[in-house]
Design a binder for this molecule. Structure first.
Ligand code: ATP
Ligand code: MG
Length: 493
């Protein structure tokens, strides 16, 4: 086994990663004061497990991390890896090369690795324990230590040499063995104390044991008695259970019958409900019809009033027309009289005309020179005649108009009488319909009443049956309580 390489980064003055290869022939590291020679040995001691910051020439462990310089910022991590050649398997580990790494962070966390595998500090210490390389093994003697060795007493020096010669591991083992011996002695002492204490308890325990024995015997006896009693109870309960089972069976059958009867009644109730529902609906419909009919009736009443009013007016009109007819008839009579007079006048005039025409004829011959005046007179007479004819025509027209008006008012009167008759018939029909609706409504109301009565009766019967059923059920549960649970299953099986 020999030291092969040392890799350092962030440890003390080594801000940059350095790698020192201890090739064959390297026997010393030289350099000016403060160049970091001692820092290399510190790094080796640290990676081998040094715990004391003081022996690494620092106040606390954080001080070993590069603290920064004028030109460089401080670092937060220090890492040292020591590589050893283990071709001869001097170290008890199955590798040809062993590298041990230690890291510390400013936060205080630290890590240990053997061949890059995380491990505990103890593993590293154990690895080097018997190798003479441990931190206290004096393979590394630092600057101050030489002085200490030289100035110490002969006995102290001897112990230093002994340790350096590899006595340490035996010393450690001895110390461990001594500690174990001490612990064992302690345990022995405790055992003796306990024994002493227990000896005092032996006598009362003996008494307690005999009491316990007695108790166990009595308990056994009691168990026998209890078993016998339980067997007797079981028999009794079994008999009870059987009779109750029969009752339960009977109750179940009754319950079945009752429940089917209840179902039938429920179906009937449901039926009755449906009927009531249907009746309700038909009542609603009829009420609707009644409402519509009443409205119609009201409208017809209104119309009847209007027609009455109209009839009244028509009667008044007729009276007026009759009066007018009477007046016209009187007028007609007067006119007829006038006409007769005029006709008489006309006739006299005609005869006069005739006479005059004859006279004219006579005088025409006599007075042929003076016929101009006669012709004028004839013309006058002609125009008189035409006037009379005109007035006769207008009187005839007036008479015709009066006739027409009279026949028209007779037609209107007939029409009004017809309408009146029609409305009276309608009114009679509606009254009959209303009466029929009222009877139907009364009948439906009566039916609903009787159906509700039947439903209530059924409800009462149903409640009674239900109570009976609940009573039976609770009796059944009570019966179950008298039978042990296992027994019921067995019975069921
Ligand atoms: P000498 O010949 O006097 O023994 P040396 O070569 O052994 O000197 P070391 O004692 O190894 O030198 O190195 C000391 C140097 O390390 C000092 O300059 C010191 O400032 C520096 N140093 C120590 N700790 C740290 C740190 N945490 N960060 C930066 N530099 C540090
Ligand atoms: Mg030094």
């Amino acid at each position: 086994m020999f030291l092969k390489r040392l890799d350092v980064i962030g440890f003390k003055s080594f801000a940059e990663r350095i790698s020192v290869d201890f090739v064959k022939g390297v026997t010393a590291v030289v350099g000016p004061n403060g160049s970091g020679k001692s820092n290399i040995t510190d790094a080796i001691r640290w990676v081998l497990g040094e715990q004391s910051a003081r022996s690494l020439r620092g106040g606390k462990m954080e001080d070993i991390i590069f603290a920064g310089s004028d030109s460089r910022k401080r670092l937060n991590l220090a890492e040292v890896t020591l590589t050893l050649d283990n071709d001869d398997h001097f170290l008890p580990i199955d590798f040809h090369e062993v590298s041990v790494t230690r890291r510390v962070y400013r936060s205080g966390e630290s890590e240990f690795l053997i061949n890059n595998q995380p491990c505990r500090l103890k593993d590293i210490i154990d690895l080097f324990m018997d190798s003479g390389l441990g931190k206290e093994a004096f393979s590394i003697i630092s600057q101050g230590k030489v002085e200490e060795i030289l100035s110490s007493k002969a006995e102290d020096r001897r112990s230093i040499f002994e340790e350096a010669a590899g006595v340490l591991k035996y010393k450690t083992r001895k110390k461990k063995a001594e500690n174990k011996l001490f612990e064992t002695q302690d345990n022995l002492n405790r055992v003796e104390d306990i024994l002493h204490e227990l000896e005092g308890q032996v006598e009362p325990l003996k008494i307690q044991a005999s009491i316990a024995k007695d108790y166990l015997e009595k308990k056994k006896e009691l168990e026998h008695v209890e078993i016998a009693l339980t067997a007797y109870d079981i028999e009794e309960l079994h008999a009870k259970w059987s009779s109750l089972q029969e009752k339960v069976q009977a109750a179940k059958e009754e319950e079945l019958a009752e429940s089917s009867a209840i179902s039938a009644k429920e179906a009937k109730i449901e039926d009755a409900r449906d009927k009531i529902q249907a009746l309700d609906e038909s009542v609603d419909e009829l009420q609707q019809v009644l409402l519509v009919t009443s409205e119609e009736l009201e409208k017809l009443e209104g119309r009847k009033e209007v027609l009455k009013e109209r009839k009244k007016n028509a009667v008044q009109n007729r009276e007026q027309l009759e009066e007018a007819i009477v007046q016209f008839q009187q007028k007609e009579a007067v006119l007829k009289e006038d006409l007769a007079k005029q006709e008489a006048v006309f006739e006299t005039l005609q005869t006069e005309v005739k006479d005059l025409k004859a006279q004219v004829k006579e005088k025409q011959q006599a007075l042929s020179l003076h016929n101009e005046n006669v012709e004028e007179k004839i013309e006058q007479l002609k125009s008189d005649y035409f006037e009379l004819l005109n007035s006769q025509a207008s009187i005839r027209n007036e008479l015709q108009l009066l006739d027409d008006q009279m026949s028209q008012s007779a037609v209107t009167q007939q029409r009004l009488a017809d309408n009146n008759e029609k409305h009276l018939q309608e009114r009679r029909d509606i009254s009959a319909q209303k009466a029929a609706c009222e009877t139907e409504f009364a009948r439906i109301e009566q039916e609903i009443h009787s159906q509700v009565g039947a439903y209530r009766e059924m409800q009462v019967k149903y409640e009674q049956k239900k109570r009976q059923y609940e009573k039976n059920e609770s009796a059944l549960y009570q019966a179950y309580q008298y039978v042990p649970a296992g027994e019921i299953e067995k019975r069921h099986a």
